[in-house]
Design a protein around this ligand. Sequence first.
Ligand SMILES: *Cc1c(COP(=O)(O)O)cnc(C)c1O
Length: 441
Amino acid sequence: MYFSSTRGGQQHVGLDDALRSGIAADGGLFLPESLPQFSADQFAAATTLEEVAAILMRPFFLESSLLPQLPAILEETFTFPIPLVTLEGTSGHADVMELFHGPTAAFKDVGAAFLAATLSRLHSNDSEPLTILVATSGDTGGAVAAAFNERENIRVVVLFPNERVSTRQAHQLSCWGSNVLAIAVNGSFDDCQRMVKEAFADSQLVSNYTFSSANSINIGRLLPQCSYYAHASLTHWRATGRAPGFIIPTGNLGNAVACLLVKMMGLPVGPVIFACNENRTILDYYDTGEWLPRASIETLATAMDVGDPSNMERLRVLLGEKTLRDADIAVRMITNNEIQARIRADFACYGRVHCPHTATASHAYHCLTDKQRSEQDWILVATAHPAKFEATVEPLIGDTLDLPPSLLNIENRASDYIIIDPSIDNLRNSLEQRFQHGSNG
Ligand SMILES: *Cc1c(COP(=O)(O)O)cnc(C)c1O
């Protein structure tokens, strides 16, 4: 399988190069040149997530140097369960797909682990270490730091807005080994993202470091995410003979595009609903057909606070001439008030506690008509553990939440970060102090 840029300027790129570079040279995002086609029968012998992933991922690896290591890569990626838990007591059939049992309790652990497994193999023989730059407003940085922690010949530099992430999140970004440098920037998330972009364009830095990126512009985040949609849809199909619809909390559209890829590869996936927060760029596109990116606004579902979702570029290429409606996709916007009310209601009704992101999916489900619920089975995608967002969730349910074991583990580590003002010179000095003169050469 080869990959092409969504902007057409770079074509026929192998998987290894697409993973390494992250973004195409023309500024576009990589997509497979064609999609392999599957029938449910081809997965007859596959029951576990890893077995399904092995069949689904193989065509993408056929021309890659990593093909012989695909089983080991998948073993390193799927280290935690992704269960489907039935929501008892609704008028239809709904399962919750829990993607939050990984090391940092959010679905981004899957993509981060796969990137770590592939990039560390692609880089093991190079003399020059790989430096992964990540700007984060929360979940991405933690997942990437955890996945690359203590990896040989790879360093991670996490930039986050100083005092604009929760204490717990700051800790999760800064409690790793000497190959992970956490930098609190006196500025906003946008400042962090700008500094990362400037670093990629800085000739002096680029001659001293080999940079790569680990956000969802990298196709290596989307490919492994396809596996859990395939596994969930096959499991439901086998049990009921029906193709489930998916309701997906959506920000940058990375998780949603993975689901659409799986549907386009022929797996039994029904309609798809993007559950969005008050950032309305995707909803407006659904309503008017116009794509008008705007500045993001802060909501309770912080990881979905995106005003210019980068994976839209992939989605538009995949849709071609079709509208979202033609592709059986719906979009629903969920307000902060609805998120709060849904967390309360589902705790009272089902005894389930959602994180604010997952609450958007549950709310979209409860907004469906009775007919839509009785004629279609649904899978609600649960993207993070509620204990990650305890300041929002605990007052709503009037109870405290236990940390899952993975987060407890992280909580007990020592943490350390440096604070800098937002300039590329400060970033350059920090890199030099840590990596040129420091212990992790
Ligand atoms: C990143 C994230 C999302 C949004 O996922 P996208 O792939 O950016 O659409 C939703 N929920 C949580 C908890 C996240 O961390």
